[in-house]
Write a protein that binds this ligand. Structure first.
Ligand code: SF4
Length: 179
């Protein structure tokens, strides 16, 4: 599977996808001629009364589907990856990191240092904003995403910090280190 191709693993009965003969094992390639980078793109682009959806069938044929629907109707599918993108991990190296201090032998996911603005928006995870680039911040502004839960630390550590631009007007984003 290439980047920005999203494997469909569930098609709900009675959904638009079922009506259009989309099946599990098919791939979503684009909506309105635009690649879908992640679940933010998908949710944003799907909100329209007319969309063109490019699907690649499991046997390789590509279908361009013209769909008229209510504004807030979803296709009625689930994707292999809920974020439709790799989960982003923290790039910091805090000397007090609580994950590094966890005992060994627990389930693997507990050792993953997630730091992902998508998870912050979708389920309230805390993020540090230190692994985001200008493009990431621009998408948050474009999609008007809130609430982002950001954390900062009162202890010195070895984070490589580049202040992000949080809003077009923001002049002083939170600094992670407070003396
Ligand atoms: S930001 Fe959190 S997860 Fe990342 S190194 Fe620091 S304490 Fe650990």
């Amino acid at each position: 599977m290439k980047k920005n191709e999203h494997l469909i693993t569930v098609v709900y009965p009675g959904s638009i996808a079922e009506e259009m003969e989309i099946e599990t094992g098919d791939y979503l390639l684009a909506i309105n001629d635009k690649e879908i980078k992640d679940v933010f793109d998908y949710r944003y682009m799907i909100k329209d009364e007319y969309i063109e959806v490019l699907i690649r069938k499991s046997y390789g044929e590509e279908w361009l589907l013209e769909i008229e629907k209510d504004y807030d109707d979803d296709l009625g599918v689930e994707f292999e990856n809920g974020l439709m993108s790799d989960y982003r991990s923290c790039t910091n190296k805090c000397m007090f990191c609580f994950i590094d201090q966890m005992p060994p032998g627990m389930r693997e996911t507990l050792y993953f240092k997630d730091d992902d603005s998508r998870l912050s928006f979708l389920q309230g995870n805390y993020i540090t904003l230190t692994n985001m680039n200008e493009n990431d911040v621009d998408r948050i502004i474009r999609y008007n995403l809130s609430v982002m839960r950001a954390v900062r630390t009162a202890a010195p550590c070895s984070r490589a910090y580049k202040p992000p631009r949080l809003t077009p007007q923001a002049s002083k984003p939170c600094a992670p280190h407070q003396a």
